[in-house]
Design a protein around this ligand. Sequence first.
Ligand SMILES: [Ca+2]
Ligand SMILES: [Ca+2]
Length: 181
Amino acid sequence: MWVQLILLCFTLLSPAFFLPGAHGVSYTKDNKISDCEGSSGGFQWKMPFIKVNDKNYYIGHFFKANWYKSSQYCRYHGLQLASIETKEENTILERYISEIGLGNEHFWTSGTDQAEEGVFYWFGTGKPVGYTNWNAGEPNNFRYENGEEEHCLELWNRDGKGLKWNDTPCSFETYFICELI
Ligand SMILES: [Ca+2]
Ligand SMILES: [Ca+2]
């Protein structure tokens, strides 16, 4: 029993593991990193969600992926790439990411202007971006030598002032943030 539990916990934490959220396993709705737990009738998993009011965010930091693969990963698990609609949401995500030692990494959100250049919306919800936290000079739609421009919204601590918003090429591979639908 305990050997099985330990093996399952190990699997849960491995990079290749796909969260079982779309398959009937319940999620916790708190902001703690929880351990695996067993119960008399089987296993009761507690997933690491960060709760901000009615939203539950999941930080994808076991592997890096481009914006499309990140979105696919979220959707596969019954989630979607994150929207950030208030300063409170932004602040709590930033604080949490810093606390787990990843404050200098990049993180995808669902923000994009692929539909209309310069007009950002949250792909996860379809809503236009309202609250913003762009870094100075962003979004700049920088054009690279291969012709690719910047159409996807990441969080990035570019200049030591915290996780600000930046538009970057959607092909860039990095960590990501999902939210529970
Ligand atoms: Ca753009
Ligand atoms: Ca940019």
